[in-house]
Design a protein around this ligand. Sequence first.
Ligand code: AMP
Ligand code: GLY
Length: 423
Amino acid sequence: MRILIIGSGSREHALAWHFRQDPTVKELFIAPGNAGTAMLGINIPLTATDLTGLTEWARRERPHLTFVGPEAPLCLGIVDAFQADGLSIFGPNLKAARLEASKIFTKELLLKYKIPTGKSCTFYSSLDAHIYSQKQPYPQVIKADGLAAGKGVVIAQTPEQASTAINDMMEKRVFGKAGSKILIEEHLVGQEISILALTDGKSFKVLPAAQDHKRLLDGDMGPNTGGMGAYAPAPFYTADLADTISKQILQPTLDAFHGEDIDYQGILFVGIMLTADGPKVLEFNVRLGDPETQVVLPLLETPLYQISQAIFQRRLSDCIIKYKPMHAVGIVLAASNYPVIPRSGDVIKGLDQGQKTPNTMVFHGGTKMDNAQFLTAGGRVLTATAWAPQLQAARDLAYQTAAKIQFEGVHYRRDIGSKSLAS
Ligand code: AMP
Ligand code: GLY
């Protein structure tokens, strides 16, 4: 089998690592990949948003499956483009990808189908947004409507922060058109959980529930990031909670797809806040999470290829998905100055040691190879991951693995998974 993975982060390295363990997979290509994926397959120098280049490559090379990592190509319609050429590709089509491409579209869908979510108001002019914002309690959550590489949500603690966020998005257009419309949402409080639901449009199956750590610093302080570390399964995702989320969120979302004529095949990532009033949807993503993937895939025993075929044939409900009875923890090692403009080009040392311990894996994100050395080349450089029968043991092993790696300015949170261990 010949597989193409699209993307270049730690999530895509984890995907490549997963597909490499499937004996039916003979050839693996990653576009554009990173220094980690280059050790598992062939990196193709095409960016994830180069739809023309990727389609031409796939037309020529005929991969048996293309697996899309990030949202950008999905929101540009890569699935529709590949399918028009008869190419097999895993992920939602352009219409379905709107769930991530527009937060306003999603909010309206959630309200229409009575799926629990935070109260919010939509704005098309900065003046209206400022007037509304001044009357709301703090913190308040300011969200750019469109894609902003995980940076389009600001939790404003003060009037100044709210005003700056509105101006940045709507006047300065720091996220381009993505900030021409915004949402101002009530601030929800609780534990956050990432539900990665596989769906063939008829039914869904939930991968082990993960918890990400969005803030840059320990104790959930500092700015929001793409995610600084995760663990799975989350111990507080009990059978009761799973049932509530299924009945109040997942099934009604599937009903909403049917009602809106959205044919959703792939992974639906539901970001949920477990509030005192029950679970509420924060966001939908139309792909696997990063760093959630790095802790979920080490637990998954059933090959993703097999799962993708069940989804294509719309028989997901018959597909038995097996997991290791273990816990996984992933620590994101970030570059200096992440999440602003990360420093790059620093030599990474200690990777060999980090890679050798059983039940550990250092997934590469922003890395490249130069003169036989690994160099930093992005904000979230690596995810040091470990798995073990107990969460505490997995956490200890993940931190031991992280500690072996050095590069100038490396920083990471020291409290990944600690909330669950404390409770
Ligand atoms: P989103 O892209 O909408 O998930 O937002 C990114 C992150 O911002 C989420 O993972 C939460 O940590 C945080 N967030 C988003 N919306 C809210 C909210 N209404 N209340 C509190 N935190 C939020
Ligand atoms: N870890 C959050 C995301 O992938 O959006």
